[in-house]
Design a protein around this ligand. Structure first.
Ligand SMILES: NC(=O)C1=CN([C@@H]2O[C@H](COP(=O)(O)OP(=O)(O)OC[C@H]3O[C@@H](n4cnc5c(N)ncnc54)[C@H](O)[C@@H]3O)[C@@H](O)[C@H]2O)C=CC1
Ligand SMILES: O=C([O-])CC(=O)C(=O)O
Length: 266
C-alpha cells in the first residue's frame, strides 16, 4: 500500500481522488492545500478520501509518495523539501522545470534524499516514442497546442488578443518550449514534457493557438530523426472544472500511480 500526500485539490486533484478511491494499493493519507481551501477540501475528503488529513503542509511522517497537482509554485514549496526527506514525487506541473535552476535543484534534492521524480506524460502521448527516438538522434521536434479561445483567459494571450471576439484560429505564441512553459504555466506543461523527452527546452519548437471553433484541447507532435518520422494528434476533452486542463492528464496520473504499485507494468 502506497501512502500518498496529494498537493492541490482543484480540477485534477478532485478527479484523481474519484479515480483512485477504491484502489487497494493506494491510500491518500494527506491532502495539502492553501489555507483558504481547507474547509472546502475537508468536506470533499469526507467522501473521496476518508481518513486523509487536510492541511497546508505535508505531514512529518507516514508518507511514501507526494503527488503534485497544484501548479508551478508548489514544486519549490512542497516537492523539493519532500525529495530531500526521501519521499519520491509524481508531478503534473512539468513546466516548472523550465524555471531558472529548478531542474538541477530537483535532481540534487532527489540524489541527496535517494528519492525519484516522476514526470507524468499528462495531456500528451508518445513520450515513450520520442524519448526512444532521441537515442538514435532527433533533427526536429515541433509541438502545437490548440485550445478553445477562452482556455487562454488569464494568460499573456489575453493582453494581445480579444479572445471573446476571435473569429479564426490565431497563433498566440511561437518560440522555444522554455519560453512557452514559463509564459503559459497552466497551458504549456506538455510543451516542457515533450522537450525534456526530446531535444531539450531550448531546441524544441512550440506553437500555441487559440481557436474559437475548437471544443477540445488539440495536441500535435511532429518529430523527425534517425528513427524516421512521428506525427501525433490528440483531441482531448477538457475537464468540466477547468477548460485549460485535459481529462487525459488525470488518467495519465492514475496510470503512473498504478505502475508504481503494479507487478506487470506497461
Ligand atoms: N502535465 C500536464 O499535462 C498538465 C499539467 N497541469 C498542471 O497541473 C496543475 C493543476 O491543474 P488543475 O487541477 O487543472 O488546476 P486547478 O486550478 O483546477 O487546481 C489547482 C489547485 O491547486 C491549488 N494550489 C495552488 N498552489 C498550491 C500550493 N502551493 N499548495 C497547495 N495547493 C495549491 C489551487 O488552490 C487549486 O485548488 C496546473 O497548474 C498545471 O501546472 C495541468 C494540465 C495538464
Ligand atoms: O491539459 C492540457 O491539455 C495541457 C495543459 O494544460 C498543459 O500542458 O499545461
Amino acid at each position: 500500500m502506497l501512502s500518498i500526500a496529494l498537493i492541490g485539490c482543484g480540477a485534477i486533484g478532485e478527479s484523481l481522488l474519484k479515480s483512485i478511491r477504491y484502489d487497494n494499493h493506494l491510500q491518500v493519507a494527506a491532502i495539502v492545500v492553501s489555507k483558504r481551501s481547507i474547509d472546502r477540501v475537508a468536506r470533499l475528503a469526507e467522501t473521496l478520501a476518508p481518513g486523509a488529513s487536510v492541511s497546508e503542509n505535508i505531514p512529518d511522517s507516514g508518507i511514501d509518495l507526494v503527488v503534485e497537482a497544484a501548479g508551478h509554485r508548489a514544486i519549490e514549496a512542497h516537492v523539493l523539501p519532500a525529495l530531500k526527506r526521501g519521499i519520491s514525487a509524481v508531478i503534473a506541473s512539468v513546466g516548472a522545470l523550465a524555471m531558472d535552476d529548478l531542474a538541477p535543484r530537483l535532481e540534487t534534492a532527489a540524489t541527496n534524499g535517494r528519492s525519484q521524480v516522476h514526470l507524468i506524460a499528462g495531456a500528451v502521448g508518445a513520450i515513450d516514442a520520442i524519448a526512444a527516438a532521441k537515442i538514435g538522434g532527433l533533427d526536429k521536434v515541433l509541438y502545437t497546442g490548440k485550445k478553445p479561445a477562452l482556455a487562454w483567459q488569464g494568460t499573456p494571450a489575453e493582453l494581445q488578443f480579444n479572445l471573446a471576439t476571435l473569429t479564426e484560429a490565431t497563433v498566440v505564441f511561437e518560440g522555444s518550449a522554455r519560453d512557452a512553459a514559463q509564459r503559459f504555466p497552466k497551458n504549456a506543461n506538455v510543451a516542457a514534457t515533450i522537450a525534456l523527452a526530446s531535444l531539450g527546452l531550448d531546441a524544441t519548437t512550440v506553437r500555441l493557438i487559440a481557436d474559437p471553433k475548437a471544443s477540445t484541447n488539440i495536441h500535435t507532435i511532429d518529430a523527425s530523426g534517425a528513427f524516421g518520422e512521428l506525427n501525433l494528434t490528440l483531441s482531448n476533452r477538457p475537464l468540466s472544472d477547468n477548460p485549460k486542463t485535459s481529462a487525459l492528464t488525470v488518467y495519465s496520473m492514475v496510470r503512473t500511480l498504478q505502475n508504481l504499485t503494479g507487478t506487470l507494468v506497461i
